[in-house]
Design a protein around this ligand. Structure first.
Ligand code: NAD
Length: 492
């Protein structure tokens, strides 16, 4: 509601249909086409050395984007020991976060180049990502002022994924800082350079080093070490469900029983299309939901349930639309499908598709080609979501059909599988939309549109069940979680 969440303007972004703006944007990112970056731990008392590793672009194995010096358990313990809560008035913290937002926008050429080269993002994806990062900074800056009377928790470890290496990374940090905590920011293993840039800009904006330290390193090394540091008062984690469960177990063993865990995790997201849906729209939205960002979004559609009366025609259109997608270098504006983040993940999808083919379940393979870790999208038949063992985090869309009158059973099957991130529904019957809304246990339901994307402040994002603890990022309940719980007054 407006009275609890301050009205605020989101980032304007960049207009990619404007040729003048596009030309300016190309000019801004051009100097960074061949640049290299270095990331190392940034601690209160200085920079830390570590094992050096080259960061290679997922779209071109000959493109060396930079070098990361990865920390170890000792670096994590040092960071935890040095961390100090940000003891400044909320208005001062808010001002620094707003300055950081401005610096992020000013650095857009470098940001877009790094997002493309290190994380394989197409330009539209990179633009959306920078906007979201900026929106998080300004949103939580406002929240710092709205909730100014509350105390911080202490040291928060922010552990983030590679698929939104700037937006989610920044959002977690900004919320924890806005609430006055100290943050140890751990970027995902494949994307330390973008994280290092974000931290550099936040420091330049006035966030003290003692309140924000940067800790690149392997999840199994520094990530695990952070979940064992007694000084850590909480974790903001976004990543896979399996990692979240492992973290939860370690926290239970090693941290204070009241330590915070905010976990935003994976999903087995369904898109349901009934016989009244507009087929062209359903196909366009299925393509965007399953294959944009090469399917590497937590919100992506993983299973398409189509009412059997319309399935044949719809699948025919879907196959045609898949063959229109062009793979290639994400820097190139004609590219729809960027690379898969690692060669290992790419090989895993190839094996998965091969197994489905051997079992006679491969419905279609798109004709796209591309460099680096390119994977041409596939459609795979399944009986239903109960057959899907795990989240396949790439451009793999499973397809099942349901009979007329079977829609409630589909929603029940999705609920029973236990994940609850996004769901898409295509139907022109309003009562059907209302019924699904009441029945589906998901964080975000999208009706007659694609099911990816969220808008800070107006469309908060987050799941339930195996998909996350809540609260939703970019919503009014998020920041309060980073404050110390109110002390219960004794009756005496
Ligand atoms: P991941 O779980 O492999 O890694 C996430 C982070 O955890 C990384 O920084 C990693 O280094 C760290 N990590 C790994 N093992 C660890 C351990 N044992 N202890 C502590 N930290 C550890 O996930 P990923 O591959 O980086 O990201 C993709 C996943 O993230 C997908 O499952 C996707 O659905 C999910 N995701 C969810 C959301 C959401 O909002 N719900 C958003 C983006 C991504």
């Amino acid at each position: 509601p407006a009275e609890i969440f301050a009205p605020r303007r989101n980032s304007r972004g960049w207009e990619l249909n404007d040729v003048g703006e596009l030309a300016a944007l190309d000019k801004a990112r051009a100097p960074w086409r061949k640049a290299t970056w270095t990331a190392r731990a940034v601690l209160t008392d200085g920079l830390a050395e570590g094992d050096a590793r080259k960061v290679i672009s997922p779209s071109d194995p000959s493109d060396i984007v930079g070098t990361v010096h990865e920390g170890d358990a000792g670096t994590a313990a040092r960071a935890a020991g040095l961390a100090e809560i940000w003891d400044a008035p909320p208005s001062e913290r808010a001002a620094a976060l707003r300055r950081a937002a401005d610096l992020y926008e000013e650095a857009h050429g470098e940001v877009f180049a790094l997002l493309s080269r290190e994380a394989g993002k197409t330009l539209p994806d990179a633009v959306a990502e920078l906007r979201e990062a900026v929106d998080f900074l300004r949103c939580y800056a406002d929240e710092a002022e709205r909730l100014s009377g509350d105390a911080p928790r202490g040291v928060i470890a922010a552990i983030s994924p590679w698929n939104f290496p700037l937006a989610i990374f920044t959002g977690q940090i900004a919320a924890a800082l806005a609430a006055g905590n100290a943050v140890i920011a751990k970027p995902a293993d494949p994307t330390p350079l973008i994280g290092a840039l974000g931290v550099r800009l936040m420091h330049r904006a006035g966030v003290p080093r003692s309140a924000l330290q940067f800790l690149p390193g392997r999840g199994r090394v520094v990530g695990e070490a952070l979940t064992e540091c007694s000084r850590v008062a909480g974790l903001a984690f976004t990543g896979s469900t399996g990692t979240a469960l492992a973290i939860h177990r370690r926290m239970a063993e090693h941290l204070d029983p009241h330590a915070l865990l905010v976990a935003e995790t994976g999903g087995l997201n369904a898109m349901i299309v009934d016989s009244t849906a507009l087929p062209e729209q359903a196909v366009r939205d299925a393509i965007a939901s399953a294959f944009q960002s090469a399917g590497q979004r937590c919100s992506a559609a993983r299973i398409l349930y189509v009412q059997e009366d319309v399935a044949e025609d719809l699948l025919k259109m879907l196959k045609g639309a898949m063959d229109e997608l062009s793979g290639g270098d994400p820097w190139d504006r004609a590219t729809d499908l960027g690379p898969i983040i690692t060669e290992t993940a790419c090989k895993h999808f190839e094996d998965y598709a091969r197994r489905a083919e051997a079992e006679g379940r491969l419905i279609h393979r798109a004709s796209s080609t591309g460099s680096g870790n390119h994977f041409a999208p596939v459609l795979i038949r399944v009986a239903g979501i109960a057959d899907m063992a795990e989240e396949v985090f790439g451009p793999v869309l499973h397809v099942a059909t349901f009979p007329a009158g079977g829609l409630d059973a589909v929603v029940d099957a999705v609920n029973a599988r236990g994940f609850g991130l996004t769901m898409g529904l295509h139907s022109r019957i309003e009562a059907v939309a209302r019924r699904v809304e009441a029945r589906a246990r998901v964080g975000n339901l999208y009706v007659n549109r694609n099911q990816i994307g969220a808008i800070v402040g107006s469309q908060p994002f987050g799941g339930e069940g195996l998909s996350g603890t809540g609260p939703k990022a970019g919503g009014p309940a998020y920041l309060p979680r980073f404050h110390a719980p109110e002390r219960v007054q004794s009756a005496e």
